[in-house]
Design a protein around this ligand. Structure first.
Ligand code: GLN
Length: 280
């Protein structure tokens, strides 16, 4: 192996390797090479003849190895785009998904911008939903809760980075830290994957606690169906993300728990993804 190589060659070789695991090989290769050298991506095209020094090559090698082992790009770069925000993520938090933007959109539809609302985000992870809503609704107050101390730390950094004075992040088990309060809306993207779901193989780098909810994937949603009503105002709204094949079972268990006006919405891929219900 040569100890130096031009950016152009290194890029081509990274694209070829990444092609076996992703449809975005070129973009990912450019991202990793630019990070290894610590230059903006545009630099790569202006200086294809530049050579990587050994330290940059070894940084690239390490990042490529992680990516080829199935780690999401977001964990390697430490960042993920969500709702036009660049959020910090870590392996303690789920990587925010585009389908979760539907939940934000539905929440904003129910939260007129000129009034003040109290919103509760349960299982906030990196804080994606909370930060997006708080950014769009500066008059409102968002309380974001997660049971993972590492996730809460990431969510707090995402809040601090934007100087958002209207988000508070708390450590706790679902509604436990706010049992004496009443919110206008609860938003949540809980774990909802069944423990034996083969899809988990592709998600091995992400935290089980954020993904898996018992044998049928509904364990967390059952708890939420039971506990969210008591932290909502009488006319409060629950917005809940769930699996593409769970809409009917979610509607049944919400209805059984006494929720009303239960309605499911499809995500941009056409899958039933977010259910809205109001407190009985
Ligand atoms: N949407 C995630 C997935 O792809 C699951 C997220 C969750 O369980 N909340 O599998």
């Amino acid at each position: 192996m040569r100890d130096t190589a031009a950016i152009g060659e290194v890029l081509a070789s990274a694209v070829a390797k990444l092609g076996s695991i992703t449809d975005c090989a070129r973009l990912e290769a450019e991202t990793l090479v630019s990070r290894a050298i610590d230059v903006p991506r545009a630099y790569l095209f202006a200086h294809p003849e530049d050579r990587l020094d050994p330290a940059a090559r070894s940084r690239l090698h390490a990042m490529l190895a992680r990516r080829l082992a199935g780690e999401p790009m977001a964990y390697i770069t430490g960042a993920k785009e969500f709702w036009s925000l660049e959020l910090m993520v870590s392996p303690a938090t789920l990587v925010p998904r585009p389908e979760t933007e539907l939940l934000v959109e539905l929440a904003l539809r129910d939260l007129p911008g000129r009034t003040e609302h109290q919103i509760l985000d349960l299982g906030t992870g990196c804080g994606a939903i909370a930060v997006a809503i708080a950014t769009e609704r500066p008059l409102s107050q968002v309380t974001a809760i997660d049971i993972s101390p590492d996730a809460v730390a990431v969510a707090r950094q995402n809040v601090r980075q934007r100087d958002l004075g209207n988000v508070v992040c708390l450590l706790g088990d679902w509604t436990a830290p706010v049992r004496d309060r009443r919110f206008d809306m609860v938003v949540t993207n809980p774990p909802y994957v069944a423990a034996d779901d083969p899809a988990l193989a592709a998600l091995h780098a992400e935290p089980d606690i954020a993904l898996i909810a018992g044998d049928d994937g509904l364990a967390a949603i059952r708890v939420l169906a039971r506990d969210c009503a008591e932290v909502l105002q009488p006319d409060g709204t629950l917005l809940l993300e769930h699996g593409h094949d769970q809409a009917e079972r979610v509607a049944e268990l919400l209805s059984f728990a006494g929720w009303q006006d239960i309605r499911c919405f499809r995500d941009y891929a056409g899958n039933p993804r977010v259910t809205r219900a109001t407190r009985a």
